[in-house]
Design a protein around this ligand. Structure first.
Ligand code: GLY
Length: 594
C-alpha cells in the first residue's frame, strides 16, 4: 500500500508545475447554483415547475429495462407475488429473446441484490471466465503483436457464459420462494417460440451487424432474410432453438445449460471457430458472491460493483474527489463542473489501467483507491484553471474506441427489495455467431482483457498484468450496477451499458439527482460527458452549449462531440413513491410499475 501512495506522489510531482494554484484555489468556487441535497432530505423535488421531463410513477413496484415487453414481464411477476429478484430473473430471460443484441444467456454480468428485511446488499458476479486452456499470449501472434481479430471475432474471444448460473443462484438464494425457476423462464420461452414483432430497436441494430451475422448460417437463419437482408421493422423474429434451450434450463436447471446438449453445442461452436473451451470449462463454471464496494457521498451510502468490475471503486473514488468541490453551486454542465468531473475521471481511469483485474487472481488496493485521504490528494492535484494532460499523469498509447451494447435493468418491489443488473455479450450481438441448434449468441467478452500491456481493446482501454488473460480468469469490466441509500433507506437503483463509459454515466446520474436535484427523468436525459484518461479527450454529447465547449477548450481540453452515451435504467424512491426513467437515447425501453 505504501508503494502505491509513493507511486501516486510521483505522479503528483509530475503535474505540479501546472497545478500550483489549485490546491490553494478551491475556495473561490462560488456560484448561483442549487444546494446539493443533504442526508435525510428526500431528493429530488419530483414534481417541480421547472422539470422538463417527468418519470413514470408507481406505488408498489417497478421494472425499468431497455425493452418494454421484458419490463412488463417483470411487473407481472411482481403482481403474482414474486419479489424483485424473481422479477429481475424473468426480465433477464425475456431480454435474451426481445433484446438479442445484449440480453443473453450466452454472456455474463453482475447483479446487485438488496434485501430490505435485513438491509443486506449482495454483489453477484456471473462474469464470463476464460477457458482453462488460455495462455497469457492467447491474443498475440508469433512476433508478440496483439491481433484484435482473435479477441473480438474468433472462438478465442468467447468466455464461459455466466448468466444462467447467476440467475439460478439469485433465484435459489434470494428469490421469494413462491415461484420456480421454470415459472420465471416460461414467458421467455413463449416469446421465443411464438416469435415477436421486430421493433425499432432490433430493426435499427441489425443492419449495423448484418455482415457479421451473414458469415454464419446459424445466425443468418434467425436474423436475416435470405443471404444478407436483415429482418426489418414489423417482420417476425422466431427463435425456436432458443425456446428449446430455455426449456432445457427450465426442466433441469443448471445442468440443462452447463451440461448435455446445450453445453455440447455451445462448446462445438466455440471450437469450430478457433476457441479452446471444453465441456469441463462449462461444467465447472462458478458464480461468485462478493462484498460490494461502498462509499459515502453527501450523506448518501453508495453501493456498487466490486472487481472484476472497475465500476464501483472508480465511482466511489470520483465521488470522493467531487464531494470536496461545490458541484451544485457551480451548476449542472457548466464548464467549471465539467472540468472538475473530467479531471476526477482521468485519475480514476489511470488507476483502472494500472491496478485492476480479477480479484481471484490479483490483489488490488481497493481500500486505498476509495479512501478519503487518497481523494484529497487527487483533488489537490486538480488545477481549477487548466486541464492536466493525461500524458503528464502517465505515458500513454492513445487509441480510438467504439460503443458497446451491454444492457441494464433495475427492479424494486413493494417490500423495498431491489435488483440492479447489468449483463452483456460485449459487442452488439456479441461474436455475431449463434451456436448451431441452440439459438444462443456467443459472447466476445475476452476482449476485455488487456491482451498485451499498452494495447487498447475495442473501448480504447489499456491495462497491464493485473488484467492479463489467463486460465479461469474473469476479464476486467466497467459494468456498474449501483444503489444509493439515504439513512439506510433505498433511494436510487441505476446502471447503464456504454463499455468504458458506464462508470461515468452512472456517476452523472448520481450527481444529477443528489447535487443538481433532478428527478430520474431529468437526470437521464441531461447531456453527458466522459473522460477516460486515454485517449486524452473530453467526450460530450450534443446539448452542451458552444460557449461551454469554448471555455473547456480554452482550459486545454480536447473536446469531441460524439453520439449518445449510454442507456440508463433508473429507479428513484422518494416520499413513499417509486419513480422510474428508461433512457430515451435508445428506442424501446420502458419504466413499468403498478
Ligand atoms: N464488456 C464491457 C464491460 O464489461 O465493461
Amino acid at each position: 500500500m505504501k508503494c502505491y501512495f509513493a507511486a501516486r506522489v510521483a505522479v503528483a510531482l509530475l503535474i505540479l508545475p501546472a497545478a500550483t494554484s489549485l490546491a490553494l484555489g478551491q475556495a473561490p468556487d462560488r456560484g448561483a447554483g442549487r444546494r446539493a441535497a443533504t442526508a435525510g432530505e428526500p431528493t429530488p423535488p419530483i414534481i417541480s415547475a421547472r422539470a422538463r421531463a417527468l418519470p413514470a410513477v408507481a406505488r408498489h413496484g417497478m421494472v425499468v429495462s431497455q425493452e418494454a415487453r421484458a419490463s412488463r414481464i417483470g411487473v407481472d411477476i411482481l403482481r403474482k407475488g414474486g419479489n424483485a429478484v424473481d422479477a429481475a430473473i424473468a426480465t433477464g430471460f425475456a431480454l435474451a429473446v426481445t433484446l438479442p443484441r445484449a440480453g443473453n444467456i450466452g454472456g455474463g454480468g453482475f447483479m446487485l441484490v438488496h434485501l430490505a428485511a435485513n438491509k443486506k446488499t449482495i454483489a453477484i458476479d456471473y462474469r464470463e471466465v476464460a477457458p482453462a486452456d488460455t495462455p497469457r499470449d492467447v491474443f498475440l501472434d508469433e512476433s508478440g503483436n496483439f491481433v484484435p481479430s482473435r479477441s473480438q471475432s474468433s472462438g478465442l474471444a468467447v468466455g464461459v457464459p455466466g448468466t444462467v448460473a447467476g440467475f439460478e443462484l439469485a433465484h435459489r438464494k434470494y428469490g421469494s420462494g413462491k415461484l420456480s425457476l421454470a415459472d420465471l423462464i416460461a414467458p421467455a420461452i413463449r416469446l421465443a417460440r411464438e416469435g415477436i414483432d421486430v421493433d425499432e430497436d432490433i430493426a435499427d441494430s441489425l443492419p449495423m451487424i448484418a455482415r457479421r451475422l451473414a458469415r454464419y448460417p446459424s445466425s443468418r437463419a434467425i436474423f436475416l432474410k435470405g443471404e444478407a437482408e436483415p429482418l426489418a421493422y414489423g417482420d417476425r423474429l422466431v427463435q425456436e432453438d432458443l425456446a428449446r434451450s430455455l426449456e432445457r434450463i427450465s426442466a433441469t436447471g443448471l445442468s440443462g445449460f452447463y451440461q448435455g446438449e446445450t453445453a455440447e453445442k455451445f462448446v462445438a461452436a466455440v471450437r469450430a471457430h478457433g476457441g479452446r473451451m471444453t465441456l469441463e470449462d462449462m461444467r465447472t463454471y462458478q458464480v461468485r458472491e462478493r462484498e460490494p464496494v461502498r462509499g459515502l457521498y453527501r450523506g448518501r451510502d453508495i453501493v456498487s460493483m466490486p472487481p472484476p468490475s472497475a465500476g464501483g471503486a472508480l465511482m466511489v473514488q470520483m465521488l470522493n474527489v467531487l464531494e470536496g468541490l461545490p458541484i451544485a453551486d457551480l451548476g449542472h454542465n457548466s464548464a467549471a463542473t465539467i472540468h472538475r468531473m473530467a479531471e476526477a475521471m482521468k485519475f480514476g481511469y489511470a488507476d483502472r489501467a494500472e491496478h485492476m483485474g480479477d480479484p481471484d487472481f490479483v490483489k488490488m488496493p481497493i481500500k486505498a483507491l476509495t479512501s478519503r485521504a487518497y481523494a484529497d490528494k487527487l483533488r489537490g492535484m486538480i488545477s481549477l484553471e487548466q486541464a492536466t494532460p493525461s500524458a503528464q499523469i502517465r505515458a500513454l498509447d492513445l487509441a480510438p474506441y467504439e460503443s458497446d451494447q451491454t444492457t441494464h435493468f433495475s427492479v424494486v418491489d413493494s417490500q423495498g427489495n431491489a435488483v440492479a443488473n447489468t449483463y452483456t455479450l460485449n459487442f452488439s450481438y456479441g461474436l455475431g455467431l449463434v451456436a448451431d441448434g441452440t439459438g444462443i449468441m456467443l459472447n466476445n467478452e475476452l476482449d476485455d482483457f488487456a491482451a498485451k500491456p499498452g494495447a487498447p481493446n475495442a473501448y480504447g482501454l489499456t491495462g497491464g498484468e493485473a488484467n492479463a488473460p489467463g486460465p479461469g480468469k474473469r476479464p476486467l469490466s466497467s459494468m456498474s450496477p449501483t444503489m444509493v441509500f439515504n439513512k439506510g433507506e433505498l433511494e436510487i437503483v441505476t446502471g447503464s451499458p456504454g463499455g468504458s463509459r458506464i462508470i461515468t454515466i452512472v456517476l452523472q446520474i448520481i450527481l444529477n439527482i443528489i447535487d443538481h436535484r433532478m428527478n430520474a427523468a431529468e437526470a437521464t436525459i441531461a447531456p453527458r460527458i466522459h473522460h477516460q484518461w486515454a485517449p486524452d479527450q473530453l467526450r460530450v454529447e450534443d446539448g452542451i452549449s458552444p460557449d461551454t465547449i469554448k471555455i473547456l477548450k480554452q482550459m486545454g481540453h480536447e473536446v469531441r462531440e460524439q453520439p449518445t452515451i449510454g442507456s440508463t435504467q433508473t429507479i428513484h424512491r422518494s416520499g413513499g413513491m417509486i419513480y422510474g426513467a428508461a433512457d430515451t437515447r435508445q428506442r424501446g425501453g420502458a419504466a413499468v410499475g403498478y
